[in-house]
Design a protein around this ligand. Sequence first.
Ligand SMILES: Nc1nc2c(c(CN[C@H]3C=C[C@H](O)[C@@H]3O)cn2[C@@H]2O[C@H](COP(=O)(O)O)[C@@H](O)[C@H]2O)c(=O)[nH]1
Length: 379
Amino acid sequence: MGQLQLIAHGMSDDEVDFDLLDLLRKSLGIDGNSTPRPAKTGVLEDAEYIYDNSTDVALDMRGTKTAASSVWKLIQEKQYSTRDWSKHELHPKAKDESTVDFIFLMDLLNFCFWSDGTSAEQYAVEYRGKTWTGYWSLVAAIQRALDEGTIRRMYSRWWRLTGGGLQEHQSQVHRSGATASSPPIPLLGDRMYCLREAGYVLQDRFDGTFTACIEQSQGSAAALVNLIVDNFPCMDDRHTFEDTTVRFHKRAQILVADLWACFEGEHYGSFHDIDRITMFADYRIPQMLHSLGCLQYSPPLESHVRQRKTIESGHSWEIQLRGCSIWCVELLRREIQRQHPETHLNAILIDFFLYDSMKELEAKGHECIAHHRTRSIWY
Ligand SMILES: Nc1nc2c(c(CN[C@H]3C=C[C@H](O)[C@@H]3O)cn2[C@@H]2O[C@H](COP(=O)(O)O)[C@@H](O)[C@H]2O)c(=O)[nH]1
């Protein structure tokens, strides 16, 4: 019985025992290569391991069930979907290769926007008559650089970027966008390093454009995440927890998710296994999950976060916050699926919705617990 017949019987990739399948194939004398296994990133499995071994972060099951109902209700009311990605005024609208390279550049640098001081001292970019901070400061800086001709066609300049005036170019991108009083963007040197590294790799291995990476992954989101982390070290977001290597791959995953949402599951955004992508372990969603009553912190951790003290990259607290958040969104997704079996909502849309909701709350001045403060290029 071939793999397709098994899956035709309603078994998902996760349920198919590929070792048994190979054994069956051999015992029935069916030749041919072993059954092609679907790509997996390992992120969800590692998140469950972290959750099972966490002592300072816990999930509140009652809170998660309640949150599932309210998140579902709000997503329905707003008719939230992949279409919302392109509705954001700063996100690129063209459905072509230039937007693929825009998203690649954006998610290459999509990390760590918080400043040491108060939010008033945050890096900010003026663009189209507004002042943008956080993630949107990055998107505005790229859009402004494109308007001003600092960056022309993304990939066609990658080599000159990495070979030549990257230093000047990068500080120009961020300087040209910054408001007069704005402090510099955090980790500017690290951002230049990421640009240089990615430029070399893209030029050397993928003909200077990220569309080549998409083509190589043959429509698999998990394979594309694995291709990204295998070729771009600055996206290989893995750490050690309880002597075990755990993977988050946050920027690699959000890059694939942004492509999927931007192209609405078509063309460069078409992935048959997009549901293998998990929530993106950043510093905003844990904050939202805590505010929703889904996550609980131990008293020492809660006190540390409330006092806005930094947590070192790779510290157990940080790993627990990131891993338990991924697992929490997975349980939210499963609860929504249980309550509404007729629908299909993946972790990406739940995540995007939680992030946008967090930003709306912040804009309205709602006081949530502070986000944890870890300086790193991973998120
Ligand atoms: N988990 C998750 N993390 C996200 C996003 C986004 C923006 N995604 C857009 C695309 C589709 C959605 O509709 C959003 O409009 C940024 N971040 C991360 O947050 C941090 C920035 O925070 P702040 O300084 O407050 O802007 C930083 O680590 C950044 O990498 C998301 O969606 N999910």
